[in-house]
Design a protein. Structure first.
Lengths: 408, 408
């Protein structure tokens, strides 16, 4: 894309009403624009990042056999009354129509997915099943001051699984856990699976996937030797104590941000809607269910919290809006390199505007695309300056050499 | 995809509460499932169709220079109060939070997009601009009985353009009109551009894109010679009369369904939000705006209304959930053909279930995938039966020949 065509622009100063790094940098660099606390518009650059994260999650959910669907955002009151959520869930947005019909906005979709999937599950042969959607969710939050980390409106992948037995849920959870770690690794994040409390409806332990970051909203205790990790809220252990799992490591405390969660739903929702399948003995049974979430827009915020410096964002390759930022300086024409890269299937943002080198460099650092290529009279004919966003000094090389390097 | 893994199933009978062909067939064939009047879940087959339509629209909007963004669904009351929509638009869903904050659900997004785009438009050099999104919209409808044709929740592409002059809006409208006809043509639809009334906020004429179908909710008058077409609601002409444009043709009346619309917004929204740019003379000016909509989920319903027979849906190639439906009968193994097609990049639904030939044929006709390939002991080794959904009789041919035919 030619930057002269891009309608968003960067801003020198961070918005005064944003307290977090992710909101400040994403707004300054033109990725998002705030409509109100907790609700952002995604501009062309931001939408590209969101789509990249979405596609990573989609690929990994498909790989564990998840079937993608899309459920409504607006729900009839009746289904939320059936599960007790209408009265018990304080973040549930409620709507009254002009004819006094009542609706809720989806904040999780067990109420929709349980009758939906079980409509097609007749016998044990139809189990297990896993379906997921990637769709906007809504929460009536009292405070939304963390940019993309806590939205009134946020994009989430929510997968729901249906099983004959608890053991089969555990088997599937182990598979999804591996898929989740692949998702975070691809985004450049290191996540820890922690135990947490089970939420409103279950006494069972739930699992949270946490990324260490000072912008986080939770405290976790984690072992410096094994992979033991627990939300400090429910931990019996203490900071500096010995790990209760491996007996070797010491427990450290850290601020962390949730990037995924798993709920063992048991038979709660199947019983509420009284949906059953016929087991091998011909008896009616309620399925065991699991819920597996990943906050897509939240993950975008977490990535920015983790990867930035004083100049701007440093996007990991897999989620970056473009792979290359091509800068034409001093009246140089970069069109041929732009064309070559595009023909090679490389995503390029081509800064073809008339602006000073200093301004262009500052913008490129703020936007944070992984590779920067500069064409200018100073560098010379047939040569370009190449720099990764993570490097301090550029290298001068032949155009051909640069193209080979970038395509790798 | 292996059909044995698909969690949705077909149903013999149409749901009793659905009056339209699109809702009946899409529910029976397992494309959608109704949550409540006007709100449907999209199952794996249905989501594939929706994504195909979405991508056709996206490509054509990008081709006219539209920049894709994504705006929030939930809006603060203040922006709707600014334009008068809060009180005047009866289909606007309103929400009160638990702390008595008031919100609206997006039913069109002029209120969000006008300040958003104009934040980045300083001078005439930044114009024209066109941005669009593909997102769910909400309307507090009194009645929703037309399946995907009139939803409480529906997927829409809404593009907004910003211009210096009325002439520039007209130029862009002419471009988008061509893009719209390409969109409909790619979906297999023939649309007519009609004049209609301008809606709540303007005295100006608007443009509707209509597809002739008995399931439509509008009457149009159209010339049998030239491309003159007008919504009967505002027509001065009468059925059987002479065409007022070409003077040659006769006007016919037909039932039609709206699949797109264009509003000439003038300066209404720019004035409401008092957003301006600096013109060549250094004066502050309000831009001229246009709004260009295409109902994505509605188009899916219209396609089914147009393309079906007594056995089921007949998907046009470009929007079909899969290109090939591969049926293994009588214990035959179609895995090698399934693999060959997938390797060739052909989207295949492989019916690997143990069911009678009659049941499989009936399901294939109901689901409506363009090509059907049958492997069975009856057809013989190395041979397959090939039939298009639109053909009555299958042809028997070598596997290799069939693959060549399909790949074209």
């Amino acid at each position: 894309m030619r930057q002269s065509q891009l309608f968003s622009k960067t801003e020198r100063n961070a918005p005064k009403d944003e307290a977090t790094i992710n909101a400040q940098l994403l707004a300054r660099a033109g990725f998002v624009s705030k409509l109100m606390a907790g609700a952002y518009s995604y501009l062309p650059l931001g939408l590209r990042v969101l789509n990249n994260i979405e596609n990573i999650v989609r690929e990994e959910m498909n790989a564990v056999g998840g079937q993608e669907i899309l459920m409504p955002i607006i729900h009839p009151k009746s289904i939320w009354a059936t599960t007790g959520g209408w009265d018990k869930i304080d973040v549930l947005f409620k709507i009254k129509s002009r004819t006094e019909k009542e609706y809720a906005l989806g904040q999780s979709e067990e109420e929709v997915v349980t009758p939906l999937v079980m409509k097609y599950v007749n016998t044990y042969k139809d189990l297990p099943r896993a379906v997921y959607q990637i769709n906007w969710k809504f929460r009536d939050e009292l405070r939304s001051k963390s940019g993309l980390l806590r939205g009134v409106e946020f994009l989430m992948k929510d997968m729901y699984s249906f099983h004959e037995t608890q053991a089969d849920f555990e088997r599937f959870y182990a598979e999804v856990k591996k898929a989740y770690f692949r998702v975070y690794e691809r985004m450049g994040l290191v996540a820890k699976a922690t135990e947490a409390s089970g939420g409103a409806f279950t006494q069972k332990v739930s699992y949270e996937f946490m990324v260490l970051t000072d912008a986080g909203e939770d405290d976790i205790l984690y072992c410096d030797v094994c992979d033991f990790c627990v939300n400090a809220e429910i931990a019996k252990e203490k900071e500096g104590g010995q790990c209760t799992r491996c007996g070797k490591g010491t427990l450290a405390k850290a601020r962390a941000s949730e990037v995924g969660n798993v709920f063992d739903l048991g038979q709660k929702f199947a019983k509420d809607f009284d949906v059953t399948y016929t087991d091998k003995e011909g008896k009616k049974q309620h399925p065991i269910m699991g819920c597996f979430g990943i906050g897509i827009s939240r993950a975008m915020g977490v990535v920015v919290e983790k990867f930035h410096d004083e100049k701007g964002i440093i996007w990991p390759e897999a989620v970056a809006p473009f792979r290359v930022h091509l800068l034409a300086l001093g009246g140089a024409d970069g069109a041929h390199i732009y064309d070559s890269l595009q023909k090679a299937g490389v995503q390029v943002l081509y800064d073809d505007r008339e602006m000073s080198a200093g301004e262009k460099f500052a913008e490129a650092d703020l936007i944070g695309i992984p590779w920067r290529i500069v064409v200018s009279p100073k560098v010379g004919d047939g040569k370009v300056e190449v720099k990764r966003r993570t490097e301090k000094e550029p290298r001068i090389m032949d155009v051909k050499e640069a193209l080979e390097l970038i395509k790798k």
